[in-house]
Design a protein around this ligand. Sequence first.
Ligand code: NAP
Length: 344
Amino acid sequence: MTTRVGILGATGAVGQRLVQLLDPHPEFEIACVTASDDSAGRPYGEAANWRIDVPMPDALADLDVARTEPDAIPDDVPLLFSSLPSAVGERVEPPLCEAGYVVSSNSSNDRMADDVPLTIPEVNGDHLDLIEVQRDSRDWDGALVKNPNCSTITAVPPLAALAEFGLETAHVATMQAVSGGGYSGVTSMEIIDNVLPHIGGEEEKVETEPTKLLGEFDGAEVKRHEVDIAASCNRVATVDGHLESVWADTREDITADDAARAMRELPALDLHSSPDQFIEVFEDPDRPQPRLDRMVGGGMSVAAGGLRETTRGVQFNCLAHNTLRGAAGASVLNGELLVERGWV
Ligand code: NAP
């Protein structure tokens, strides 16, 4: 039996990727799409300025875009995927959860709230059980589940693999694609022949979200991991795929081979959108590269390479497709896990 789902912010960069991943999908059927009041009431095919390199599904073109509020969403759509600007998500997601919808969201609002699961299924799927705490404390029938920021999701899987060596600190320098800023992000005059050495709010997300993702859920709360992270976030002139250089210091001695083994051994899951290999480790020191490697595992693997020992740990590069594994694919995977675990 398929679950009827809705997409909030369906006309945007991440919303279009959600449409791509959800039509067709063996477990989900898109029943409703929403966007801003400018788009509401228009057919999706007209309201969405379609810009991804796969055709828009025929069935979606004629579907009318709904307003983004509880009374505009049918009751028989239990699961909503949200790709709204965070200020909008902050305003509309909690009332939707209160009205009984389960919301799997990309937006940054509420990611660090103590009772909101912030989840990468392969890393901390058990944190979904925090929903029990959330429902008790907020008196909701629905639930709010978040996936991390696209640059966090690139670095955290390799860092999770290094946790067994006593991960203490990590320094991260990102090279982030322009699609990460959405369609109204940077202009061509800003980014061509250039690198922008600042992305507002991004460094704080990369420095804080991993402490929750790598934390331990004890049945009542997530005890934060004590890893100390410093980040520098940069926008570069690639279209898709965030490449990051990471220096990780560990308490125990570690070789590049130890790190590669631990990364390769981090298990993939058996969900529809899971890649066969969660972290693809390249031997070639000049890989991964955004243009060549962002589609490893159908855009759902994390790629790593350039592993070498440093005086206090290892240095490596990692890459993930920011609108697939880093956004739409991340919330679809969370949605699949929510269904598998009976939360929807
Ligand atoms: P975007 O391209 O600007 O799309 C925004 C979407 O939200 C559009 O569908 C827009 O509808 C809708 N919207 C805007 N204002 C609204 C309002 N007041 N009420 C209801 N809907 C409204 O942005 P995006 O890049 O897809 O990002 C969406 C969210 O995902 C953001 O929170 C972002 O931080 C997060 N995210 C993005 C990435 C990425 O790689 N792009 C990665 C991770 C997380 P209209 O078309 O009608 O304006």
